[in-house]
Design a protein around this ligand. Structure first.
Ligand SMILES: Nc1nc2c(ncn2[C@@H]2O[C@H](COP(=O)(O)OP(=O)(O)O)[C@@H](O)[C@H]2O)c(=O)[nH]1
Ligand SMILES: [Mg+2]
Length: 363
C-alpha cells in the first residue's frame, strides 16, 4: 500500500480550520483522491465532526484528549482511515489551543510512522483580524497567555495560511501576507478563502507536493501554555429539542445572539462558540469567533418539530460560569416553544498538556 499523505491544519480557535478541511476535501475528491479527515477535542460531542459528516466525508474523531497528549489515539484513528478507505490523503485538525505540534506530533510521526505516512508541511491557519492584531504586538482580545499560544503556533509553522480573504480587499490581504512573511521569514505564507474556495487549491497543491514537515522546534514554556489553555472554559453538549413546528434558522440565530450578548456584556472573550442543529441530512450551523459582529450562520432545515442541537463553546471564563450561561440562555430561548432533553453535557478546563512524545531534535 502506498504511503498516505498526512496534512495537519493547526491554528487558533475559530481561525477557519474545519471550513478549510471541508473545502479542501471536496476539491481533492473531485480530483479523484481518496480523502479522510480527523478532528480533535478535549471532550466528545463535536460540532466539527457532525458538520463534516453531514457533508458525506469520512471523519474519525480523537476526543477526550488532544493529539499531542494522546498520540496513539491519533495514530489509531489514522490507521483506521488508512486501512478502511486506502486514503491517499488524511487531513487532521488539532485542537485550536494546542501548540508545540512540531515536537510532539510531527517529529514522532516522521521517526516512528515513516513507512505509512508522508507528512506535509505544518499549516497554521490565521484569521486576518486576529493575525493583524498579533503582528501589531496586541493580544487579539485574548488573555496574554492565550495570545502566547497564538504566537507559538505561528512560530512553529512551516506554512501560514491567511484565511477569510473574501472579507477583505485583495490589497489588504497582500499587505498582510508581506508583513507576515517579514515577521515569520521561515514560513511559506499563502492566503485563501475556504468559503469561496479561492486559493484553497493552490494551498492544497503546495502541501500535498511537499514533505518538508516540522522543519523547526520552538521553545515553549509549558506553564504559560497550560495557563493559556486553562483560562478558557470548555463546554460540549448535545440536546434533543422537541416543540411546535419551528423556524430553526431563526431560533439558532436568536440563541447565538443572546449567548453572544451575555458573553460580551460580561467581558468574557469568546475563543469559539459553535452550534449545529441537525435533522436527518439537513443542518444549520452557527458560529461566533469573537464579539457579536462575528456571528455567522449557514445551512437550512425545513420547519419541523424536533432537532438535535450540539453546542461547543470555548470562552474565557470558568467552566461553571460557562455552563450556567449556556444553560440559562437555552432555557430562556426554548421557553414555551419546545422542550429540551439532554443527550450529553460536559464542561471542563483543559488539563495541563502532557504530550506522549516531545522530541528535542528535528528528525
Ligand atoms: N468569510 C469567511 N468565513 C470563514 C472562512 N473560513 C471560516 N469561516 C468562518 O469562520 C468561523 C470559524 O470557522 P471554523 O472552520 O469552524 O474554524 P476552526 O475553529 O478553526 O475550525 C465560521 O463561522 C466559518 O464560517 C472563510 O474563508 N471566509
Ligand atoms: Mg474546527
Amino acid at each position: 500500500m502506498e504511503k498516505t499523505k498526512l496534512i495537519f491544519v493547526g491554528g487558533f480557535l475559530g481561525a477557519g480550520k474545519t471550513t478549510l478541511l471541508w473545502k479542501a476535501a471536496q476539491q481533492a475528491m473531485k480530483q479523484g483522491l481518496r480523502v479522510g479527515l480527523i478532528t480533535n477535542d478535549q471532550a466528545p460531542e463535536l460540532v466539527d465532526s457532525a458538520l463534516l459528516s453531514q457533508e458525506g466525508l469520512r471523519v474519525a474523531e480523537v476526543s477526550g484528549s488532544c493529539f499531542c497528549c494522546n498520540f496513539n489515539g491519533f495514530t489509531d484513528a489514522a490507521q483506521q482511515i488508512r486501512h478502511e478507505t486506502s486514503a491517499d490523503v488524511i487531513i487532521a485538525e488539532p485542537v485550536g489551543s494546542c501548540t508545540d505540534l512540531s515536537a510532539t506530533i510531527l517529529q514522532p510521526l516522521k521517526k516512528i510512522w515513516n513507512r505509512d505516512y508522508e507528512i506535509a508541511p505544518l499549516t497554521v491557519v490565521a484569521d486576518p483580524e486576529r493575525l493583524t492584531d498579533i503582528l501589531d504586538g496586541g493580544r487579539a482580545e485574548l488573555h496574554s497567555d492565550a495570545a502566547y499560544i497564538y504566537r507559538k503556533q505561528l512560530e512553529e509553522s512551516d506554512l501560514i495560511l491567511i484565511t477569510k480573504t473574501d472579507c477583505y480587499p485583495s490589497m489588504q490581504v497582500d499587505e498582510l501576507k508581506q508583513r507576515t512573511a517579514e515577521v515569520f521569514p521561515f514560513a511559506t505564507v499563502m492566503a485563501a478563502s475556504a468559503l469561496s474556495g479561492e486559493g484553497v487549491g493552490e494551498w492544497f497543491g503546495e502541501v500535498f507536493n511537499r514533505s518538508d514537515a516540522g522543519k523547526r522546534l520552538v521553545s515553549v514554556d509549558y506553564d504559560i501554555y497550560a495557563h493559556g489553555e486553562a483560562v478558557l472554559g470548555w463546554l460540549n453538549g448535545t440536546v434533543r429539542l422537541n416543540g411546535l413546528k419551528m423556524d430553526w434558522y431563526e431560533w439558532v440565530g436568536d440563541y447565538l445572539h443572546n449567548l453572544s450578548e451575555c458573553f460580551d456584556s460580561n467581558n468574557y472573550p469568546v475563543g469559539h462558540v459553535k452550534v449545529i442543529a441537525e435533522r436527518d441530512k439537513q443542518y444549520i450551523a452557527g458560529n461566533l469567533t469573537g464579539k457579536l459582529s462575528t456571528l455567522s450562520m449557514r445551512g437550512a432545515i425545513e420547519p419541523c418539530d424536533a432537532v438535535q442541537l450540539t453546542i461547543n463553546a470555548r470562552v474565557e471564563t470558568s467552566p461553571e460560569t460557562l455552563d450556567k450561561i449556556v444553560n440559562d440562555t437555552l432555557s430562556n430561548s426554548i421557553k414555551n416553544r419546545c422542550k429540551a432533553k439532554t443527550v450529553a453535557w460536559k464542561y471542563l478546563t483543559p488539563g495541563r498538556p502532557n504530550p506522549t512524545h516531545r522530541f528535542t531534535e528535528v528528525v
